[in-house]
Design a protein around this ligand. Sequence first.
Ligand code: SAH
Length: 312
Amino acid sequence: MTHTKCLAPGQMWSTHAWVFALILRVAVAQAPADQYRDRRLIMVRDQIEARGIKNQEVLAVMRIVPRELFVPESVRPQAYDDQALPIGFGQTISQPFVVGLMTELLDAKKNDRVLEIGTGSGYQAAILSRLVGEVYSIEIVPELARSAAETLRSLRFRNVTVREGDGYRGWPEKAPFDRIILTAAPPEIPQVLLEELKGGGTLVAPVGVGVQNLVVVQKSADGKTITRSVLPVRFVPMKKGTEQTGIGQGTFSLPGDDVKYKAKGMPMPKGSRSRHPRSTELGRAREYTRRMRQDGDLRSSRLLTISDARRI
Ligand code: SAH
């Protein structure tokens, strides 16, 4: 016996309308991610590869890290433009090419422990996170430290630890480091950071007041350093801790179920996670991550391999 289910014309229309609405909803929901992914690929091709960055792992990571989620919503449409962008508190996220160049110059290996001075938006830390073992990042502006830690956590960059503090003091509890990168410019490289660099290690930094140079310092096994200048650059100056009021030594620990804020001088204000403009966007960031995982775009594995790079 066959059962044929007949739908009245009205019923059929409502079923079609429902399916159509569902397809439309899915399409609309996916559009921004796809649009940003396309722009990201174009950015890497035209701004990074075209200017001579050859490290395939660096290029591959820059093709998958969603830069648009590290900038304030107001400048999100410019996230893939060939420029630095404001991230609040008078600070900037570096131009994509500069991030690519500094990451290539750092020449980090997959098990390296890397110290970054100047977390800012957390974008550079996210790029490093997929290339190395552990990233430790220090940010002097408490609000930026907190929001970067939250963004990194929401996007599951689990091997990054962000600390609110003064980079001039280094991070003695976690030293020595295989690689050190500064994304704010000191007048000269702080001695404490050179001491925290392992023998055989590399440090990359913009150095100087007014006219700055991007320099690469190689430290030999016997502790001697060789410095070479790569090109003139323009970064925000590296501030002394005394220039910043209310500076604490808080640590935002990642990974974890929650951002653990342990600042001594500055208790975590109630509801502060939703008070920062970017915190309200974290739900969207999580949704984005989930969707990219489904797409196979953002790997759940921590390290990206050359074979991943080929597949992208
Ligand atoms: N790496 C960042 C770019 C940050 S811009 C990114 O990917 O977005 C430089 C950052 O260095 C700013 O956020 C600034 O607040 C921070 N900074 C300046 N002086 C510092 C210091 N002494 N210690 C730690 N961070 C500092």
